[in-house]
Design a binder for this molecule. Sequence first.
Ligand code: NAD
Length: 238
Amino acid sequence: MTKSDNPIELVILTGAGISAESGLGTFRDKDGLWTKYDLAEVASPKGFAADPGKVHDFYNARRRNASEASPNAAHTALVELEAKLGDRMMLITQNVDDLHERAGSRSVLHMHGALSRARCAACGATFDAPQVMSADDPCPCCWNNATRPDIVWFGEMPMHMDRIYAALAECTLFVAIGTSGTVYPAAGFVAEARAGGADTLELNAEPSAVASAFADAHYGQASQIVPAWTREVLAQFE
Ligand code: NAD
């Protein structure tokens, strides 16, 4: 991969942990939404084919939870960083909520898709998702009843991977926030960034499954450790 004219210096990857203090359950929460459903049934193409209504119910509940939640100080801190770094920063999230955008982030790559978007499995069109989706919804482009959440399910290809790998190869710092390091390919980003010569930092509640791959780490609640880190970075510009 070649270095571009305007290299991305900072790549940030966020996971469910950044939204935990906003009240959205992480993957591993004992009482979270995920524990009430079988993932294979609600987050796979096979599960959708077997029972689209059940899958829509699951994502309708998640869409409702996300719309009732508010961004926290960690989301806001990344907005301030983007305001300073602009195109020199890439923010990638595994989250399907829109808390980064609602905090004010302008450019967010949702590698696992977004609750706010829908897709037609028949013609491939993508469009804004209604708050409540159902198996009977017609596609606004081809009118087939084949709409689904525009979310990456297990066994499907994450989005924006070419841009992400190009940025990981050229960045000077990679930071992972609130992610357990158990879901690939995102869990492999730290190794990609290191291979390209980047410094690496983990910000999480506890050491992730790939913690040993990071050069540095701060552990604690995202609403505390993320603003503390962004203050340090922003101080370098003063
Ligand atoms: P995960 O649940 O596997 O890991 C969350 C990580 O965040 C854990 O390591 C945990 O220790 C840490 N964490 C929990 N609370 C924290 C806090 N307050 N501050 C800092 N860290 C905290 O989530 P993941 O790594 O993002 O991967 C799981 C998959 O689940 C992803 O594919 C993601 O798309 C999906 N998911 C998304 C959402 C969302 O959109 N909000 C919620 C749950 C799961």
